[in-house]
Design a protein around this ligand. Structure first.
Ligand code: ASP
Length: 303
């Protein structure tokens, strides 16, 4: 296994922040999670376990449009998507790598979608489960569903998108990317999707390559209008630009977001590289984010 004592982490809580609004609660939450992630990685835990834990913490916080904070679809209930991916180098360096991924899509009222995505990765020969089959898989594997959706969700179940105020709209997907001491990279992303989405609509978040990507060089997680991230290539596009074009991580993330913008979309992306670079790019007013790296002091910010 390739050893690098460098550790790095980036988190996002969505790129739907609007100027003039107060995100101090989310900033403080993300700062605390970045510290927790630093402790996990510094203590030798894997990038994979770290991104799963941090995304699960964001899902249960109610501060983002994921998990407890998820918004209902146009039929009035929350449908959740999540993905997770990890890579590792073997004895033979770049010729000997492993990748693994799992995802769930359009699952109703699941409490920790990212943990279910991890279970798809660990316990099945598949990469993605969707809809009723995914719900059955989650139930069979003991994953918790929200027992009282009326009481649990921040945006009440049954509220239809057209009944919501503009202030409630925005992208609030959550994501985490990390580099661990063994040089392994991981990415995880979780969402309730976009406001006003049709029942059954699936965006970029659970798609490996679009919402999340982690190869041996780069891990990335996206947030924004998912349709545009799918059309622009999403998280894997960042890694490809680094690998094939020799772009820096900053250039690669900026280039993806430029393409998303050209197509008419908005949103953001976070990424880490196996060298420990950390990058954040967005074209909306702001992106709730936090992170640290060898050359990046731990921080949290929205604008
Ligand atoms: N990307 C997510 C989706 O399209 C939404 C978001 O990032 O807020 O489902």
């Amino acid at each position: 296994m390739s050893q690098s004592s460098k550790i790095a982490l980036a988190l996002h809580g969505g790129a739907g922040a609007r100027k003039g609004r107060d995100y101090s609660k989310a900033d403080a939450h993300l700062y605390g999670l970045a510290e927790r992630g630093r402790d996990m990685l510094a203590g030798g835990q894997s990038a994979l376990d770290t991104v799963e834990e941090l995304v699960a913490a964001m899902e249960e916080s109610g501060l983002y449009i994921a998990g407890k904070g998820a918004s209902p679809n146009n039929a009035g209930y929350a449908e959740l998507d999540a993905s997770i991916m990890a890579s590792a180098l073997g004895e033979d360096g770049d010729n000997d790598f492993k990748r693994n991924a799992g995802a769930i899509a359009a699952v109703k009222h699941l409490k920790y979608p990212v943990r279910a995505a991890r279970a798809v990765m660990d316990k099945t020969p598949h990469v993605m489960l969707a809809g009723r089959g995914a719900e059955n898989f989650c139930a069979q594997n003991g994953f918790e569903f929200v027992s009282d959706p009326e009481a649990y969700y921040v945006v009440p179940v049954g509220v239809l998108p057209h009944e919501m105020t503009q202030a409630e709209l925005g992208h609030g997907t959550v994501g985490a990317v990390a580099l661990d001491q063994a040089g392994r990279l991981a990415a995880a992303t979780s969402t309730g999707g976009v406001f006003g989405k049709l029942e059954g609509r699936v965006g970029d978040t659970p798609l490996i390559g679009s919402g999340s990507w982690a190869d041996e060089f780069v891990a990335a997680s996206c947030t924004g209008l998912g349709e545009y991230f799918i059309l622009a290539g999403g998280a894997q596009d960042v890694a490809s630009r680094v690998l094939y074009q020799g772009a820096t991580l900053n250039q690669a993330t900026a280039a993806l977001i430029k393409d998303v913008g050209r197509l008419g979309g908005d949103g953001g992306v976070i990424a880490v590289s196996r060298e420990g670079e950390v990058a954040f790019a967005w074209n909306s007013d702001g992106m709730k984010r936090a992170g640290f790296g060898p050359d990046q002091e731990l921080f949290a910010a929205t604008f």
